[in-house]
Ligand binder design. Structure first.
Ligand code: NDP
Length: 416
């Protein structure tokens, strides 16, 4: 009998149903909801039984480096897209967002040995063979060299007196580059083994992408960020202050950065990229000096509120799932970007706009006020409301001011 991973999707669904994990309705739902062609989905992951969908929207008002964008975003969190558009609108009133991605960029690969009998001698030999290592790396992935990329620099480091590390910086051009870096690292590891004479521990990409940085900035007249209840200068000063607090307080810094990643991840996902890689890079960069810090910085400069976000953005315009998923092909047309550099700049701009919207809400009316309407709708649906009942339950929830499921269920019961 075929093993689960060897079965067709239909057989896997049958197995799950036979074992009591799926009923007829669940199985029919999984069978019928298939925006990705089955052979593509089956080729992408193991044990594929269906497809998981999330809402996708477009954020408006983005102008980055003078170009206007409609930005596809995929998220399950209410308010993310509205907040991104709101932040972008405020930036737009001030001339838009400026962004600059490091280019050419490089991804880091690590090759590490342990139990090296003469670790200093081995380190010296690796340094002496730098030209040979370059030739080995180029031969391992000639197509990236033809495209203008490949191995850029090498570093040999002894870690903790007992590990020998050969660190490679590789220009992966338009790709995020995980697979090509891994291929090159493994080929180099094998070829240099006689010069090291130790035990290879691993050879793989590092997700600490500190040679693929992007910076987005905006400069805002405080008047343009005023709310009905609070003047713009007070809000601007409080945004500066809450960011300074986040520099000191890790609890706040984590939430500050999560707000940025709300926007970043939503675009990364919509563009078919590896959002875990972007997350890992963001958080390792946030703690680069040994203390976890906010990724963005807000300061008053000549009467303006100036926001800056710098973070790694190892995004790909090719490779991975970018050309496999039909919806990503559509999103590429919506956003009209075919360059990893320009995409990185847009994504950083979205992160900064998202950050502005969250901080502005937080220091003025509080975060819940803005979340209320969408949160109420989500609660109404979770409570079981359908059709016309959804807005009725949502409105009543906002009226009573208690955003919880028990209240939503109570309201729905009385409505019926
Ligand atoms: P791919 O393995 O898909 O490689 C990129 C592809 O794009 C290559 O086939 C390359 O062609 C092609 N390509 C076309 N035009 C260009 C161009 N201008 N510049 C560069 N490449 C071009 O993807 P990556 O190497 O980017 O790897 C990303 C994938 O790896 C993601 O799916 C990620 O999830 C996964 N991954 C991530 C890891 C991590 O983050 N730690 C670990 C392992 C995998 P050619 O071959 O002709 O050069």
């Amino acid at each position: 009998m075929a093993k689960f991973y060897q079965m067709s999707r239909e057989q896997r669904l049958q197995e799950l149903q036979k074992a009591g994990y799926l009923n007829e309705r669940g199985r029919a739902f999984l069978e019928n909801n298939q925006p990705i062609p089955n052979e593509v989905a089956d080729g992408m992951i193991e044990n594929q039984i269906g497809q998981f969908t999330l809402p996708m929207g477009v954020a408006q008002h983005f102008v980055v480096n003078g170009t206007k964008y409609w930005v596809p975003m995929v998220t399950e969190e209410p308010s993310v897209i509205a907040a991104a558009g709101n932040g972008a609108r405020m930036a737009f009133m001030n001339g838009g967002i400026k962004a600059d991605a490091q280019w050419p960029r490089a991804m880091i690969g690590e090759i590490v040995w342990e139990n090296v009998p003469d670790v200093t001698g081995a380190a010296e030999r690796l340094k002496q063979h730098a030209a040979d290592i370059k030739a080995i790396a180029d031969a391992a992935h000639p197509s990236i060299v033809k495209r203008g990329g490949g191995l850029r620099s090498q570093e040999v480091v002894i870690v903790d007196g007992r590990y020998l590390k050969l660190q490679l910086a590789i220009d992966t051009q338009e790709a995020m580059g995980a697979n090509m870096v891994d291929t090159i690292c493994e080929a180099v590891a094998k070829a240099v083994q006689p010069w090291v004479n130790g035990e290879l521990l691993f050879a793989v990409l590092s997700n600490d992408a500190d040679q693929a940085l992007v910076t987005a900035t905006m400069s805002l007249d405080p008047m343009t960020i005023a709310t009905k209840q609070m003047d713009g200068t007070t809000i601007a000063e409080k945004i500066v202050s809450i960011t300074a607090f986040a520099e000191q307080d890790v609890y706040r810094a984590a939430t500050h950065n999560k707000g940025i990643m709300n926007g970043v991840d939503a675009v990364v996902l919509a563009m078919g990229n590896d959002w875990r890689a972007i997350e890992a890079g963001a958080h390792s960069y946030a703690s680069r000096d040994g203390h976890y810090r906010p990724l963005s910085n807000w300061q008053m400069q000549d009467g303006k509120l100036v926001g800056t976000l710098t973070m790694p953005m190892p995004i790909g315009s090719v490779g991975g799932a970018t050309h496999l998923l039909p919806v990503v092909r559509i999103n590429r047309k919506i956003v009209k970007i075919n360059s990893a550099k320009v995409l990185a700049e847009l994504i950083a701009g979205v992160g900064l706009a998202q950050n502005l919207a969250a901080l502005r809400a937080l220091v003025s009316s509080g975060i819940q006020a803005g979340h209320m309407a969408l949160q109420a709708t989500s609660l109404a649906i979770t409570a079981g409301a359908k059709g016309d009942d959804i807005p009725k339950v949502a409105a009543k929830l906002q009226q009573v001011g208690r955003m919880d499921l028990a209240t939503a269920k109570h309201i729905l019961k009385h409505l019926r």
